[in-house]
Design a protein around this ligand. Structure first.
Ligand code: CA
Length: 219
């Protein structure tokens, strides 16, 4: 079971995240203090950190800087103010892996946590992803269908990778956006639909099923 450390001093928000994560099958630890969170992330088996910027002692950026400074590479998802571009830039520079702007829907945070945990490199076995006739070589970034090599752009490859990591699961546009476009996306855009069309054209129309009102599924 993956353990998530939630660093947030607002009890209501911390409890909301912890409750949701436990329901989704994660172990959740809550820590309101930045200083104590650094200690926990160093000493406890933490798989991912959800880190708020506003904390009572040192702020989230300082927590992140200290973690990275101590060689802790655990993925960190920062909770930032929706309007604050400065926060995002500062977080990027301190080595955050992703962002969720406040206020957020739990599903959005969960999708990002799940994608982040699944996309961590897990050694040799994870270097080739395959589903039916499709395969993606994550080292060479090459795709093939039935042994025939197919040219994908970097973005197409990343989107295909999100699908192949979650075969059979319905993935919402938001999940696909956060998986393939990271924090740098406009949730209102139709870019996912456009890129799914590209993938269908290049890899085969029948792999990527539209699930009406929900998203897409690799079948
Ligand atoms: Ca806070």
């Amino acid at each position: 079971m993956s353990q998530v450390l939630i660093v947030e001093d607002e009890p209501r928000i911390a409890a909301f995240i912890a409750k949701g994560l436990r329901a989704a099958g994660f172990a959740a630890l809550v820590e309101p203090s930045g200083e104590a969170a650094v200690q926990l992330a160093v000493t406890e088996p933490i798989d991912l950190v959800v880190l708020d910027v506003g904390l009572p002692d040192i702020d989230g950026f300082e927590v992140l800087a200290r973690l990275r400074g101590q060689g802790v590479t655990t993925p960190v998802i920062m909770l930032t103010a929706r309007s604050s571009v400065a926060d995002r830039v500062a977080g990027l520079q301190s080595g955050a892996d992703d962002y969720v702007p406040k206020p957020f829907a739990f599903e959005e945070l969960l999708a990002r946590i799940q994608l982040r945990l699944r996309t961590e490199p897990a050694g040799e076995a994870a270097m080739v992803l395959a589903h039916r006739d499709l395969s993606l070589d994550l080292l060479t970034r090459r795709a093939s269908v039935g042994g025939r090599s197919v040219d994908l752009t970097a973005r197409e490859f990343t989107l295909a990778e999100v699908f192949l990591r979650n075969p059979g699961q319905v993935l919402s546009r938001e999940q696909l956006l956060s998986g393939a476009w990271g924090y740098d996306f406009d949730p209102g855009s139709n870019v996912v639909d456009v890129y799914v069309r590209y993938l269908r054209r290049k890899l085969g129309a029948d792999y990527f099923e539209t699930v009406r009102g929900m998203g897409y599924r690799l079948v």
